[in-house]
Structures are given as structure tokens and as C-alpha cells.
Ligand binder design. Structure first.
Ligand code: UMA
Length: 470
């Protein structure tokens, strides 16, 4: 079925934030005939030529250098980009004047023309979204995959495309203003503190995630992690009982099993229970044969179980799936020391998972731009495995204060120096792990660039050693 573009002739909508999401929304609104006003923190002269051209083509006004109530009041509806905090003071008066304020998801809520599988959680969202998309495609379904993963939801609206299934990775920012959005399937992978600088506290952050289930189990198949205590707590508080669960517990609909020695050689299986039958997906000796791989695989299988797809199609997709870069990615082994890039770990939950999965003795490189996390949450994992801390970036002091009594600490001023110090502290059998618990924007463009910088510096160490320079 095609997405029918709404007729918005004569209406005025303001779009706040002119990044990837905002630009797609502008194009959609303009195509529907709406009068579009754009407001962005950046000034006109800070926009690229392509962005200015888009403004020219799709908008009827631009406010640069910030957002004002006066400018936005000319609109009947305001669409906020995910990166814009809805508590922004300019929006207060609009709320009082009952001007509708939505995110891109709220705008799209009544325009999806195929079943939506929505994936949220603190960590693993992108991987599970990709897995679901890949399995559906392998089974011959046409799929739109978008959201926080990179393709804005507005692109779905614009394309008016036919597809069998829509798979969306959703962040707390997107869900916070999701209006009447109710997906057919909602996957909640885990909850650990993240983005608390924006949400102020864990309860607000979890509430944003749980908006995905606002339609209740009668409208949304709720797929949840049975082993995540915070998921359990918040679901219970929200009164959501009827869920399809995945985890180690034998009572789950998708049960994961791991045996044998550590590493990718271990036996790893997911048992899927459906209509009284059991299907066993064997992921042993595949890149998915680790705890994250199994949990992500189980979540993805439960998310698509209603489609009754052939196991012979799904299992090869799971077995050959390689998670994206900068996620616990081994970059080198030098003189018996393994170097691992986990730059994507931008919150404490991801770092705890990383340290635990790596195990053994770890030299941890952490730090960057603080997102309001409480780094004391790292204490158990650090006490169990970390023999040396290398702390970088703006959050170095805050991390140091939380962990000072657990391991010796270095405070280098660059990634180059951090890697040199980590290598000096490491003995054969140790692992040097970059797992920052923070955003990258104080020192790098993004987490990818931070991971590449780490790998390059590790490479320099290898080259120096092979040239006999110590
Ligand atoms: N801006 C304002 N006012 C503000 C803040 C920002 O005008 O108060 C402007 C900026 O000047 C810029 C624009 O808004 O012009 C940026 O908008 P944005 O921050 O919403 O980012 P987009 O480029 O639209 O990208 C967004 C998501 N960004 C965020 O949620 C911060 C992308 O997720 C997503 O891939 C993209 O839409 C497509 O759907 C990125 C992300 O970092 C990957 N997400 C967070 C995460 O994963 O942790 C939630």
C-alpha cells in the first residue's frame, strides 16, 4: 500500500533543528503543501550550500542562531528534531498556548502503511534493527529500515514507498515526543543510565523508552529482555505484564545458552518456543557466539516470529552477521596484549558489558564528554577486571573521582598518549580496552573517528616495536 501524502495546504508548521531528521521533515511538509518555518541554532552562514538550497526550496522562513517563542508562535504545529530538548524555554509559551509539539515519530504516527517493528533500549539497538531488517529481506520481504540508525523517519513519508515491514531504531529522544505512535512490535533490549544530561533522571529516560508500549500488549507485541533488572522494574511499574521474553530463563519464549570456553569458539544456541514447538538456532563458532550476540539474536527472532519465516533462511543470516565497527572490535594483538576498540560504548551499561565480556586483566581507556552518567556504576566491573585506568577528555576528573581507589590512574592529554601509556602498563595476557562511557564530541567528530584514532595509535605502537623502537 502506498503512503498517501497528507494535504496540508494552508497550514503552517515549524521545524526546529535543521539536521538530517529536520531536513527530511521539511521536504515532506513542503511536498504536502504546508507553509514551513525552520528554526535552528546555527546561523544561515553556518549552513552548507546544499542546506541553504534546501531551505530556499522547501521553507517559507528561517530563524538562525537559536529558537524564539515569537517566531515559532506563527505555526499551528511544531516538529522538533530528536537532538532538540523539548524543555527548551522558547517552547514553554507555545505549550501554554496549546500549540501542538511533536517529534518526527509523532508526525508519522498515523502515516505508516505497513506493520512497524520498533527497537529501543540503551545498547544494541542498531545491531538488532540491522538483524531484523536483514532476516526479513533474506526471507523476501521488502523492508524500510530507518530511525536513529541513520535514515530519518521523514524519508519513509517522502518516499511513499510500498513495503511489507517498517523497522525503526528508536532513541529516547525520538520516543519522548512520539504522539500517538503505537508499533505492531516493540523490542526493549535493556535500560541503563544514558543521556541523563537531557532526561535529568533515570525515571524520565525509562519513561521515554516505555512510551513505545503506550498502546498496551493488546496492540503491541512487547519483546523484552528477561535478564535486565531495570527493564523488569519499569515494565512492572507501568503495569505491562504480557510480554514475549528472551534471556537465560527456561520459561522465556527465546532461551539463550552458552557453554564451553570463552571467545567465539564457545557453543551458543537460541531456542525459540512457538506454538508448543522448539526451534534451535545454533550460533556456535560464529561472530554472534557471545552474550551480546545471543541476546540480540534472540530479540530479533522474537520480533519477527509472527511472520513464520523458515529457520533455514534465518539461521545463516544470524550466523554470518558481523556487528558494526567500534563494538568490542579486536584491532591488534601486540606482544601478547590484545587491543579492543569499543568506542561505541558511550554509557556505563555498555562499558560494564564490554569489561565483563573481555574479562581477564584490562587496561581501560575511558572518558570524553560527560552525558550525566554516574560513573560509580562502573565500580564492580572495574574492581573485578581493571588493573589500570587511562582517563581522557572532559570527563576524566569525574571518572577519576568515582574510581580513584580501585586502580592506578593516568590522565593523558591525547589519544596518542593514552595508547602509549596503556601499552606501557600492559603485560602479555592483558587487554587494552577503549570503552569510553562518554560521548566523543570533546575530542572527536564522532565515536567512529575516536575508534579510528585509537586503532591508528595502536598501529603506531606495532610499527615502532617492529622497527625495534621502544
Ligand atoms: N539543533 C538546534 N537546536 C538544538 C539542538 C540542535 O537547532 O537545541 C540543530 C543543530 O544545529 C543541527 C540539527 O539541530 O542543525 C541537528 O539535529 P539533531 O541533533 O536532531 O540530529 P540529526 O542530524 O537530525 O540526526 C538525528 C539523530 N540525532 C540525534 O538524536 C542527536 C541521529 O541519531 C539519527 O541518526 C538521525 O536523526 C536520523 O534519524 C544520532 C544520535 O547520536 C546517531 N542519536 C543518539 C544516540 O544514538 O545516542 C540518540
Amino acid at each position: 500500500m502506498r503512503t498517501k501524502k497528507a494535504n496540508m495546504q494552508g497550514s503552517t508548521t515549524a521545524v526546529v533543528g535543521f539536521g538530517r531528521a529536520g531536513q527530511a521533515v521539511c521536504r515532506y511538509l513542503a511536498a504536502c503543501g504546508a507553509r514551513v518555518l525552520v528554526s535552528d541554532m546555527r546561523r544561515l552562514d553556518e549552513l552548507s550550500d546544499a542546506e541553504r538550497e534546501l531551505l530556499e526550496r522547501c521553507s517559507d522562513g528561517f530563524e538562525g542562531g537559536g529558537h524564539s517563542t515569537e517566531y515559532l508562535s506563527a505555526a499551528e504545529k511544531v516538529i522538533l528534531s530528536p537532538g532538540v530538548d523539548y524543555r527548551h524555554p522558547a517552547l514553554e509559551q507555545l505549550r501554554r498556548n496549546k500549540i501542538e509539539i511533536l517529534g518526527e515519530l509523532g508526525l508519522a504516527a498515523d502515516k505508516f502503511r505497513a506493520p512497524v517493528i520498533a527497537v529501543t533500549g540503551t545498547n544494541g539497538k542498531t545491531t538488532v534493527t540491522e538483524l531484523i531488517g536483514s532476516m526479513l529481506q533474506a526471507a523476501g520481504k521488502s523492508v524500510f529500515v530507518g530511525g536513529n540508525i541513520g535514515t530519518p523517519i521523514g524519508e519513509y513519508l517522502l518516499a511513499q514507498q510500498d513495503c511489507d515491514v517498517i523497522v525503526l531504531e528508536l532513541s529516547s529522544f525520538q520516543l519522548e515526543l512520539s504522539g500517538d505512535f503505537v508499533p505492531e512490535v516493540g523490542v526493549l533490549l535493556n535500560i541503563s543510565p544514558d543521556h541523563l544530561d537531557r532526561h535529568q533522571n533515570l525515571d524520565n529516560y525509562a519513561a521515554a523508552k516505555l512510551r513505545m508500549f503506550q498502546g498496551g500488549p493488546e496492540n503491541t507485541r512487547c519483546v523484552v529482555n528477561d535478564d535486565d533488572q531495570l527493564c523488569k522494574r519499569y515494565l512492572e511499574e507501568a503495569g505491562i505484564k504480557r510480554c514475549a521474553r528472551f534471556g537465560f530463563n527456561q520459561a522465556c519464549e527465546a532461551v539463550i545458552e552458552q557453554t564451553g570456553p570463552a571467545g567465539v569458539s564457545k557453543e551458543a544456541r537460541i531456542s525459540l518456543f512457538r506454538n508448543g514447538a522448539r526451534q534451535v538456532f545454533d550460533l556456535s563458532n560464529s561472530p554472534m557466539a557471545n552474550l551480546s550476540g545471543l541476546l540480540n539474536g534472540a530479540a530479533a527472532l522474537l520480533a519477527i516470529s509472527r511472520f513464520n519465516l523458515e529457520q533455514s533462511v534465518l539461521e545463516p543470516v544470524l550466523r554470518s552477521f558481523v556487528p558494526g565497527s567500534h563494538r568490542l572490535q579486536k584491532v591488534a594483538e601486540i606482544d601478547g596484549v590484545v587491543y579492543i576498540d569499543d568506542s561505541k560504548a558511550t554509557n556505563t551499561g555498555a562499558v560494564i558489558n564490554g569489561i565483563t565480556q573481555v574479562g581477564g586483566r584490562v587496561i581501560l581507556i575511558a572518558g570524553g564528554r560527560d552525558k550525566g552518567d554516574d560513573y560509580r556504576l562502573l565500580r564492580n566491573a572495574v574492581a573485578a577486571h581493571v588493573k589500570h585506568l587511562i582517563l581522557i577528555g572532559e570527563a576524566a576528573d569525574k571518572l577519576g573521582q568515582a574510581l580513584a581507589d580501585l586502580a592506578p590512574i593516568d590522565y593523558p592529554s591525547s589519544m596518542a598518549e593514552a595508547v602509549v601509556r596503556a601499552a606501557a602498563a600492559a603485560k602479555p595476557g592483558d587487554t587494552v580496552l577503549l570503552s569510553p562511557a562518554c560521548a566523543s564530541f570533546d575530542m572527536f567528530e564522532n565515536y567512529q573517528q575516536r575508534g579510528v584514532s585509537f586503532s591508528n595509535e595502536v598501529q603506531h605502537i606495532a610499527e615502532r616495536l617492529s622497527a625495534g623502537v621502544h
